[in-house]
Design a protein around this ligand. Structure first.
Ligand SMILES: [Zn+2]
Length: 375
C-alpha cells in the first residue's frame, strides 16, 4: 500500500464519532423482542439457521428468494410451542420480503438522486448499491455474506450480526467524479450535523463510514493494491460490532473484528486508517503472523491496549487487536457475546471483559498467548 493510498483512505476512529452521534437514530429492523434472558438466543428469540447457506441476491440475475434470505430460526430453548408463533417460519420469510421491498425502494432512490444506474446486491445483512461490474459486485456480496455467516457460526448467535439490509447499506462507487456526485447528494439529504464532524475531511479521502449509508469509491489503481472485498468486509464487520455494542466498542475491538473478518473470509487482513500513515502494517496480516509476534514479545500488555485510542495505535497494535479478537471470540464465543452485551449496557471495557470472562486482562493475555501458539 503506497503513501498516496494511505493518505487518501479515510477509515477508522474518526468515523466512529460520526456513528456515535447519529448511529442510534438509524436503528436496524428490530427483531421481535423475546423478552427473556435465554442464554441460547440472548433474548432475540432467534438463533442462526442450523443448515444456513450463503444467500446473495444480484439484481437481474435471479428473482429474490425470501425463504433463502430469511434470517435465523426459532430458538429451540425459549421459543418452543405454538403460543410463540410470532416468530414462525412464515413470519421470517415475510420479514425478508419486507426488507427486500424496502431495499428496492432505497435502490431506486439512489439511482434517481445520482441520475444513473446502479447494481443492487443484497445479502442477509446488507444492501450494496454499486457501480462495480456484476461479477465484481457478486464477489463483494459473497464476501459480505460470508462475513456475517462466519460471525454467526463462531458465536452460535445472531447477537453480533444485528444489521438487516433495509437498515444497512454500502454504496461502492467507481472513480472520483461519482464520489463527488454522491457527496453532493448526501449534502442534499442530511444536515451538516447528520453528516458528521469529519464530513469535510472525508472529501479528501475515498471512504466514509456514514451510519445511514457507508460509501467509498474505488479506482483501477485502488483495486490493484487492495481488492474491493477488503473494503466491503471491513465496513460490514465494523458496523456489526458497532451496532451490537450500541456504538461503545473500543478501537481494538472494532479494528480487531474487522481484521478478523477479513482474515477469515479473504485469507488476510488489510489495515487502512487515516492514522496509519507509516505506522500501520503495509502488508496483509495473518493470524499466523500475529502468533509469531506474540511469541516474540512484540505486543504490549493487554491492559494497555484495552482503552488505547486508535490515533495512538502503532503497527503492532493492529496485529495484536486481530489476535485478541480471534482468541476471545473463537476460544469462548458465549463469553464474547456476553462481553459485547456488557459494553452495550455501558460497562467500561476492562470491567466488561473481566466480568464476561471471569478473568483479568493479564490472565486472558496469558491464555491468549497459549491459544495462539497451539492453534
Ligand atoms: Zn432463546
Amino acid at each position: 500500500m503506497d503513501a498516496q493510498f494511505d493518505r487518501r483512505t479515510l477509515l477508522g476512529g474518526t468515523m466512529f464519532a460520526v456513528l456515535a452521534s447519529t448511529g442510534r437514530a438509524l436503528a436496524q429492523d428490530q427483531l421481535a423482542e423475546a423478552g427473556s434472558d435465554c442464554r441460547r438466543c440472548r433474548g432475540l428469540g432467534l438463533v442462526p439457521r442450523s443448515n444456513a447457506k450463503a444467500y446473495v441476491f444480484v439484481e437481474g440475475q435471479a428473482d429474490f428468494d425470501p425463504a433463502a434470505a430469511a434470517v435465523g430460526q426459532k430458538c429451540p430453548l425459549c421459543m418452543k410451542g405454538d403460543d410463540k408463533a410470532v416468530i414462525d417460519e412464515a413470519a421470517l420469510v415475510d420479514a425478508a420480503k419486507r426488507q427486500h421491498a424496502d431495499v428496492l425502494a432505497q435502490h431506486a432512490q439512489w439511482e434517481e438522486r445520482l441520475g444513473e444506474e446502479l447494481l443492487l446486491v443484497q445479502t442477509r445483512h446488507a444492501a450494496i448499491h454499486t457501480q462495480l461490474k456484476a461479477a465484481d459486485a457478486k464477489r463483494v456480496g459473497d464476501a459480505v455474506e460470508q462475513t456475517t455467516m462466519r460471525l454467526q457460526r463462531v458465536a452460535e448467535s445472531l447477537a453480533i450480526t444485528p444489521t438487516r439490509p433495509a437498515g444497512y447499506s454500502q454504496v461502492i462507487l467507481w472513480g472520483e467524479p461519482a464520489w463527488a456526485k454522491f457527496r453532493a447528494a448526501m449534502e442534499q439529504l442530511f444536515t451538516p450535523e447528520q453528516l458528521g464532524g469529519e464530513w469535510q475531511n472525508a472529501g479528501k479521502g475515498m471512504l466514509y463510514d456514514h451510519p445511514a449509508v457507508a460509501h467509498c469509491y474505488l479506482t483501477q489503481k485502488t483495486v490493484r493494491e487492495v481488492a474491493a472485498e477488503y473494503f466491503a468486509v471491513k465496513l460490514a464487520a465494523t458496523r456489526q460490532i458497532w451496532v451490537a455494542t450500541g456504538t461503545r466498542a473500543p478501537a481494538w475491538l472494532v479494528d480487531g473484528l474487522a481484521a478478523y473478518a477479513q482474515q477469515a473470509v479473504l485469507g488476510s487482513a488489510r489495515v487502512f486508517t487515516i492514522y496509519a500513515q507509516g505506522r500501520g502494517p503495509t502488508r496483509p496480516v495473518t493470524l499466523d503472523q500475529t502468533a509469531r509476534q506474540a511469541a516474540a514479545g512484540q505486543f504490549r500488555p493487554w491492559e494497555k491496549l484495552l482503552t488505547r485510542d486508535l490515533r495512538d495505535f502503532e503497527t503492532a497494535d493492529y496485529a495484536q487487536s486481530l489476535a485478541m479478537v480471534a482468541f476471545l471470540l473463537e476460544d469462548q464465543p458465549a463469553k464474547f457475546v456476553s462481553f459485547v452485551e456488557r459494553l452495550k449496557s455501558g460497562t467500561a471495557t476492562p470491567a466488561a471483559l473481566e466480568e464476561a470472562y471471569g478473568a483479568t486482562a493479564g490472565e486472558l493475555e496469558t491464555a491468549g498467548g497459549k491459544w495462539l501458539a497451539r492453534r
